[in-house]
Design a protein around this ligand. Structure first.
Ligand SMILES: [Zn+2]
Ligand SMILES: [Zn+2]
Length: 220
């Protein structure tokens, strides 16, 4: 019998059934950005949130395991700042079902950290999640597809208005044969600006479809 990576109780999988149910998938999310839709929008046949109806994002669709709230949000912080990679295992395990209907030949690409921050932290949490998610879902994780050329301020520390400017020109495609479809991997999606900026450079370089899979997405 294994031990649950979260609560240490005995478990058949990485997480015990109790810990698995701690992360709640958004019900009836936007079919593009996965933002939870208000109940009153039953008449909204397009299943698009107001933002996506106004302007479709650069990425094609977001898959997420849950909504940004505790305890999942604490796991995200623990992975980012404590360096204990068992959190990445738990997240990847819960993200695996999100990709159940997604073709296996669509590879994963982690949102990169800037070299300076990578050196300081010693690991890229998105890369750790991507590596495990690739293993669990039986697909490839590609590295060296995009790099972060700007050492941007952490999006979470900025007001929404400044986030787009912060990640503008933050990414560059590394010269290599690009697959026609890419699934970007990150721990969290808040306003979607980081994922959009990465998707934009990939599409500009010839990638036809760019999806995103995240552990948690905010509900606002
Ligand atoms: Zn548990
Ligand atoms: Zn949306």
């Amino acid at each position: 019998m294994n031990r649950c990576v979260i609560c240490q109780c005995s478990a058949k999988k990485l997480l015990c059934t109790g810990c698995q149910t701690l992360i709640k998938a958004p019900q009836a999310g936007c079919r593009c950005c996965a933002k939870p839709l208000p109940k009153l929008s039953d008449c909204n046949n397009s299943r698009l949130c107001a933002d996506c109806r106004k302007r479709l994002p650069v990425f094609d669709q977001i898959f997420c395991a849950g909504v940004y709230q505790s305890p999942g949000s604490n796991w995200v912080l623990a992975l980012k700042f404590s360096g204990h990679l068992h959190w990445a295992r738990a997240m990847a395990e819960l993200m695996t079902p999100c990709l159940a209907d997604v073709p296996l030949d669509w590879p994963l690409v982690a949102i990169p950290l800037h070299r300076k921050r990578l050196l300081k932290r010693g690991y890229n949490q998105a890369h750790e999640i991507a590596r495990l998610l690739a293993q669990f879902s039986g697909r490839q994780a590609l590295s060296d597809v995009i790099i972060r050329r700007k050492d941007t301020a952490m999006q979470a520390t900025l007001p929404e208005k400044k986030r787009q400017a912060n990640v503008r020109n933050a990414f560059a495609v590394v010269d290599r044969d690009l697959p026609p479809v890419v699934i970007l991997v990150d721990d969290v999606l808040t306003t979607g600006q980081t994922l959009s900026a990465a998707a934009a450079v990939l599409k500009k370089a010839g990638v036809q479809q760019v999806y995103g899979v995240v552990f948690l997405r905010s509900d606002s």
